[in-house]
Design a protein around this ligand. Structure first.
Ligand code: 8QM
Length: 410
């Protein structure tokens, strides 16, 4: 094993290269086995791919900070492609104030209040598709469903599916290096960024939506109107492409494994567990960086202050040191403890809404679709941060109308 002069294991892997992104899980075992901390010479950054170290770095926000950006770019040296997020790219105490404002808008009660609308949309979509035969699991399901429910939940004036997806694609590419993926997606930055900014204005948001609820914190002086606009931007950045990728991955897991689909069909209330396990298994958000605020020793390796550290959430979620038979998708497993939503103070604030989307969609499909099978080769989508599919050809066979799940769906 090659090491730095200081004795730290070195890897020549490019985690943002096409070979890696086309099949990231193939590379994770080597990264984990190379050591608790690895030097990635291609970028001059540190990496952690084991569950214990990733979890600890996420917990220790004071040492592994976010305000220098959670991508490769160091905001203290480079100008970010857009004004930093008040939530994702911030540390306490600023982060705490922003997080509180969003948490007040996106309470468990708010999410419970979305359930009926989301369920109804899922049941309707499953009903439309079940008899159609061949569909694209990405365009027809994984994109169609979040786009139907999200714009309305936030209170956007227009559906804007294309812009929301393009914006997510650029934001998640931009956490990586300025490679061809990033440069290509950022070509739309001016146009799509302007559309996004316009949707974030108070008077563009319909009353009662999540956006309007964020602006309610302006009225009691907790945040400024400019801050509210940036927090709405956070919803639009983090809330669409992630769920699109996640739902596509869940469909892929189930379509590849008839026994798992059967387990879900036998008891569609397993949908939440199935979605959770697909998050562990596929990790839609594969990686995030942190930046050290001080010298810190991890696994015997001294990491200096001001260094970038790449955390492989996806590798942690399949670390055999933490999980039994980690490369097996099994909805009966206790998947909790995965770090697909992160962990600690930056843990996904929209997780309950994402879980709701996954649960109601998979449940509705399980009630309406008897057999779910791949109808062709899935095409992977390459993105510097997100891992999932560009297209997923599926063959849907409608459930027998007298099967128990269908009756229960009404
Ligand atoms: C990733 O803009 C933001 O605040 C933001 C962007 C992306 C994420 C989170 C927040 C983790 C899903």
């Amino acid at each position: 094993m090659r090491t730095t002069p200081g004795g730290v294991p070195v890897s020549a892997v490019d985690p943002f290269g096409d070979d890696f992104l086309a099949d990231p899980f193939r590379w994770h075992g080597d990264l984990r086995d190379t050591g608790p901390v690895v030097w990635l010479e291609r970028y001059g950054v540190w990496a952690m791919a084991r569950y214990a170290e990733v979890h600890e770095a996420l917990r220790d926000w004071a040492t592994f900070c976010s305000s220098a950006g959670v991508g490769l770019s160091d905001f203290r040296r480079e100008t970010p492609w857009r004004p930093p997020s008040l939530l994702l790219e911030a540390d306490p105490p600023e982060h705490s104030r922003a997080r509180t404002a969003v948490a007040r808008a996106l309470t468990p009660r708010t999410v419970r209040g979305l359930r009926d609308d989301f369920s109804y949309a899922a049941i309707r979509l499953a009903g439309e598709l079940a008899g159609r035969g061949t569909v694209d699991g990405v365009a027809d399901i994984a994109e169609a469903f979040p786009l139907r429910v999200f714009a309305e939940a936030v209170g956007l004036a227009e559906p804007g599916g294309e812009q929301l997806l393009a914006y997510g694609n650029m934001a998640f590419n931009a956490f990586g290096p300025r490679n061809e993926l990033t440069m290509a997606s950022l070509r739309q930055a001016a146009e799509v960024g302007a559309w996004i900014a316009a949707q974030c204005a108070r008077d563009a948001l319909t009353p009662g939506g999540l956006g309007a609820r964020i602006y309610a914190s302006v009225d009691d002086g907790a945040i400024s109107a400019d801050e509210a606009a940036l927090l709405v931007r956070s919803l639009l950045t983090a809330g669409v492409d992630t769920t699109v990728i996640g739902l596509g991955c869940a469909l892929d897991c189930l379509a590849r494994d008839p026994a798992q689909w059967q387990l879900l069909r036998e008891d569609p209330t397993r949908a939440g567990a199935a979605f959770e396990e697909s998050l562990r298994y596929a990790s839609p958000v594969q990686t995030f960086f942190r930046t050290t605020t001080r010298d810190v020793t991890v696994g015997g390796v001294l990491i200096g202050a001001g260094e970038k550290v790449l955390l492989f959430l996806a590798a942690a979620n399949r670390d055999p040191r933490r999980w039994d038979d980690p490369d097996r998708f099994d909805l009966r497993r206790r998947a909790n403890g995965h770090v697909a939503f992160g962990f600690g103070i930056h843990a996904c604030i929209g997780a309950a809404m994402a879980r709701l989307e996954g649960e109601v969609l998979l449940e509705a499909l399980a009630r309406r679709v008897g057999r779910l099978e791949l109808a062709g080769e899935p095409r992977r989508r390459l993105n510097n941060t997100l891992s999932g599919f560009a297209s997923l050809p599926l063959q849907l066979t409608p459930a027998e109308p007298w099967s128990p799940g269908v009756a229960a769906a009404g």
